[in-house]
Design a protein around this ligand. Structure first.
Ligand code: SIN
Length: 277
């Protein structure tokens, strides 16, 4: 089958058809994926239909695979099962948190470089698309005065901030459990060694440090701007699709799907290579 490559929006996304199964587990394919990821943030292989072994092998070609102790996969500790079914994942109860825009691993000094997600079972009710928002493009679209205003601001990221979006009125026990996950401060604007800049915002961003005058509405307003249609890409899943995204620069969220949904994704993560600076 011929391979086709299509750019999806002016700033974001590449869709590739005609590459599936073990054909993906190839050094040249992975190198092209990494180059496309750098340019376009999201790479979509339509109906790739990879096995779990091939998913892990392909992820290894992209970088160091993050081990996931609570992934819920019976044979592959590198694979996390994304589902709302508690019999398939010990983290099923937390999936509602993924319905809010977020970046994975923001409470680490070095957030994951990339995420790979493949659709094992699509939703039976048509819900559960995944959306991406390009925070490099959102930063670029700010005026020079706005860029100057953001430079130097620092934000506290925490698991608790993201959980408050799902459970705004937690019990003391819930709150204490969330707070056992250490928070971390990061600059609001992430400047890479290459000079490229993006906004580090999303569900885990609780407050701007030392600036109570800016408040929560400031961060909400910035998120609202960064997720406007011109910066976003919506992916409607087909069975077997495999999507990779640059976790450092793309906010992502799942559009809500029900507790009884058949939706089941297998996810791997590539370790970060650059600390936030
Ligand atoms: C995630 O937030 O990593 C999962 C996204 C999805 O289920 O679409």
């Amino acid at each position: 089958m011929a391979v086709t490559v299509t750019e999806l929006t002016p700033t974001t996304g590449v869709q590739i058809t005609g590459l599936s199964g073990a054909r993906l587990v190839d050094k040249a394919v992975a190198e092209e994926a990494l180059a496309a990821l750098d340019r376009r943030g999201v790479v979509i292989y339509r109906e790739a239909d990879v096995s779990d072994d091939d998913l892990v092998s392909f992820t290894r070609l992209l970088g160091q695979v993050v081990p996931l102790p609570n992934g819920g996969h019976p044979t592959h500790p590198e694979i996390q099962r994304i589902t709302r079914d508690p019999s398939k994942s010990p983290l099923a109860a937390y999936r509602e948190g993924t319905f809010h825009w977020h970046i994975d691993g923001t409470t680490s000094q070095v957030p994951d470089k990339a995420t790979v997600l493949t659709a094992r079972q699509i939703s039976d009710d048509g819900d559960g698309d995944t959306e991406f928002a390009n925070t490099y493009a959102a930063y670029e679209a700010l005026s020079d005065a706005e860029k100057r205003e953001l430079e130097g601001l620092r934000v506290e990221h925490s698991f608790a901030a993201s959980q408050l979006l799902v459970t705004p009125d937690p019990s003391p026990k819930e709150r204490a459990a969330w707070d056992r996950n250490p928070a971390r401060e990061h600059p609001l604007v992430w400047t890479r060694a290459s000079g490229r800049k993006s906004l580090l915002i999303g569900a885990t961003a609780g407050e701007v440090v030392g600036r109570p005058d800016l408040g929560r509405t400031f961060l909400d307003g910035l998120l609202e701007r960064a997720t406007r249609p011109e910066f976003t890409l919506r992916h409607r899943w087909r069975q077997g699709d495999l999507v990779i995204w640059d976790n450092t620069g793309m906010l992502h969220r799942a559009l809500p799907y029900g507790k009884a949904s058949s939706r089941l994704m297998h996810r791997t993560s590539v370790s970060g290579e650059e600390a936030v600076a």
